[in-house]
Design a protein around this ligand. Structure first.
Ligand code: ADP
Length: 322
């Protein structure tokens, strides 16, 4: 019987460990041998393989990060690199590979499947930027981290009548900013998907200040189209509104932490499904969640889908923050 390989690739996300645990336990339950491949595709090419047993994934469901470590690997992007990867997998008797990562990692998995390795992708990224699934592993935890930070910033903003710009991650996807901004009661949410002029932001500030509210939280997605980013926005608000403005860039704190129950459950379900698909002889598929159901889809089809931003929620958040 051919063994299953598993790796985590690209940016790490809380809940990846829960997915690794689910893959290893399900595979062993069905009688498969599992190799953990450390540091993503780079570790594949460097042959950093460890055979996993039931206890090697014990006590990790609650831990952030990834015990298999992650990295980015340019060599794997070359045809020679991928051929070398296939050869190495063959030497270890690994016929199939589960890849936990984002769209880049899925592209790599698709290419491997073209070379005869059965691959399944599990979405792991805090950005929630994959169109085919409602949620990616790590998004919920990151959102809770941001909400926690906003709540703390709100306390001190209120004490000092300050305006706080909170920059959150998400790359080109505004989901993290939108949902944490909504849940954190932000006065303004700025995302890459929706155009907003700086004079609108200034006017909004003036309006809320007129009705006696001196503090304000502005959630700014890192990928939003604001020339010069958070610091430039701070300058504009200070000049136009004479506000006392502070900037908090949350950064990598959003990538860490113990995964939420939602992420642990999602990761467990997706890991389990990924192995079931391999056992059923499937390849070049990704797993995800749609309308609370676990689904799977062709990798290429999934990657070709365009992420839809929820404009209704965005507009609603505006109404709630007048
Ligand atoms: P993510 O999976 O989070 O989107 P990256 O885009 O950095 O992260 O991709 C992670 C790794 O996946 C890359 O370092 C590379 O090894 C592999 N990869 C990304 N894009 C490709 C590609 N076009 N062809 C082959 N491998 C790729």
């Amino acid at each position: 019987m051919k063994a299953i390989g598993i790796l985590t690739s690209g940016g790490d996300a809380p809940g990846m460990n829960a997915a690794i645990r689910a893959v290893v336990r399900t595979a062993i339950y069905y009688g498969y041998k599992v190799y953990g491949i450390e540091k993503g595709y780079k570790g594949l090419l460097d042959e950093e393989f460890v055979e996993m047993d039931l206890s090697s994934v014990g006590d990790i469901i609650q831990r952030g990060g990834t015990v298999l470590k992650s990295s980015r690997c340019d060599e794997f992007k070359t045809p020679e690199g991928r051929e070398k990867a296939v050869e190495i997998l063959e030497n270890y008797g690994i016929g199939s590979l589960i890849v936990i990562g984002g769209d880049g990692s899925f592209t790599g998995a698709k290419m491997l499947s073209n070379l005869g390795v059965a691959t399944i992708g599990i979405p792991g990224t805090i950005d929630n930027d994959l169109a085919y699934t409602d949620y990616t592993i790590g998004f919920d935890t990151a959102m809770n981290t941001v909400i926690d930070a906003i709540s703390k910033i709100r306390d001190t903003s209120s004490s000092h009548d300050r305006v706080n710009i909170v920059e959150v991650m998400g790359r080109n996807c505004g989901d993290l900013a939108l949902y944490s901004g909504l849940a954190g009661g932000a006065e303004t949410i700025i995302v890459p998907e929706m155009e907003i002029r700086t004079d609108e932001i200034v006017n909004k500030l003036k309006t809320t200040q007129k009705r006696g509210k001196k503090h304000s939280i502005i959630v700014l997605a890192e990928g939003a189209d604001i020339d010069g980013g958070a610091l430039a926005l701070k300058k504009i608000l200070t000049e136009e509104d004479h506000a006392d403005v502070r900037v908090t860039v949350l950064g990598h704190v959003q990538r860490g932490g113990s995964p939420s129950s939602f992420d642990r459950i999602l990761a467990s379900r997706l890991g389990n499904k990924a192995v079931e698909l391999l056992i059923a002889g499937k390849s070049a598929r990704v797993v995800g969640m749609k309308d609370n159901k676990i689904i799977d889809m062709d990798i290429e089809e999934a990657l070709s889908m365009e992420k839809e931003f929820d404009v209704d929620i965005y507009e609603m958040a505006k109404v709630l923050s007048i």
